[in-house]
Write a protein that binds this ligand. Sequence first.
Ligand SMILES: [Ca+2]
Ligand SMILES: [Ca+2]
Ligand SMILES: [Ca+2]
Ligand SMILES: [Ca+2]
Length: 431
Amino acid sequence: MSRSLSPLMFVALLACTGPQGDQGPAGAAGASVLATATAEPAGDNCADGGTRVEYGVDANGDGTLAADEVGGAYFVCDGADGSDGSDAAGVIVTSVRIYAAEYGCQQGYTETVIGVDDGAGGGTAGDGALQEGEVDTTLNTCLPEDVDMDGVLNLDDNCVETANDAQLDFDGDAEGLACDADEQVPEAYAFSRGSSSIESSLYQLDLETGAATLVGSTGHAIIGMKFNPVDGLLYAFTRGDGGDVGGCSSCLLTLDTSTGAATEVVSVTHDGSEGAESAFASMAFLSDGSLYAWSEWDDVLVSVDTTTGVATALGDGENSWGHGMCATASDELLWINGDGVTWLIDPADGAMAELGQIPDFTRADGWDSDGDNGVRGDCVPDSLVYVGTDVTYGGTPTSLVYTRLHTDASPELVTTRIAPDENLHGVAFVR
Ligand SMILES: [Ca+2]
Ligand SMILES: [Ca+2]
Ligand SMILES: [Ca+2]
Ligand SMILES: [Ca+2]
């Protein structure tokens, strides 16, 4: 079979859902390209007859190509040698979604390739695939701006075809948890608020859903908590200044992750602060097991000797009280202050480099009466993902938030609320 081609064949269609910024109509993802093939009698188009192929965008999504949807046509003509090629078996239509801003499509397009598997242009006839010389026309049709309708535009979406409005990505590879086959949700624990009369409870936390399962009471008023990657134990600080219901002021504890029960390690004193005690709510262990904390009463980073309980100031200190601290994969300290501004701190000398402001950070003005407010978050081990509790005061519930920190030249912070919880006051990931 040989063929001749109509001049119509090189028509290309662009059918966008709308200008940039418009929301595509729901269900528009079904606007696919269709092609139909019908027998063409001998005549002007094909001297010996052949096949007429029409193609176009199925604008109304009914699965058939209506006359007013036909965007172009071409003919596959039978050869003059009398061989019978008058069927459409050789016509191949393939479509692939391409997520790039091209062809006037701001959020990606469907590329549809149509041709005949006839060996034209050096291709291989009858192999079920179109080689370059067999391609007769290519159509590019714009995709809906948000194909999975999760509220995140295609080019910003870390699972573009899976609805995942939270955009969770705990391993930091830019492929979201919802579509990343090798991503694990970190194991995590959380504690509830305590005071001089209220014991903090330990919870096991599901970071994917925000659900918290009670483990047990700690018997103390906990203000900070982290796992030590060297011994694998969960450590916690109690409140200072007589504020611990368990009577161990500014103490470092270990917590049993099966029962919540606490074991006292050492009482921590900081000679730079008034009255030697302080509040060490923001704490983090480096990979070698060394412990750092933010001393709230004099606003300075300290290193903590877990044997003697002596806290030693690093750097000059600045800022306000902390909202959380964690160690990054490169053993820097990520610290978030009371205004939701994030910093990377060099633990060698306390030098601070500002990353940026967490958007929509919720904070009430001033300190609460207990001096125990704040977001006490943790980093996912292999990337700069911070998960903490977002606290407002005056009885307003807290919620678990997820923040991705981009540390390139233009830091971008993305905050997503995972789930509300009325009692969480800080989180720690198993190391
Ligand atoms: Ca072929
Ligand atoms: Ca989306
Ligand atoms: Ca998605
Ligand atoms: Ca991932």
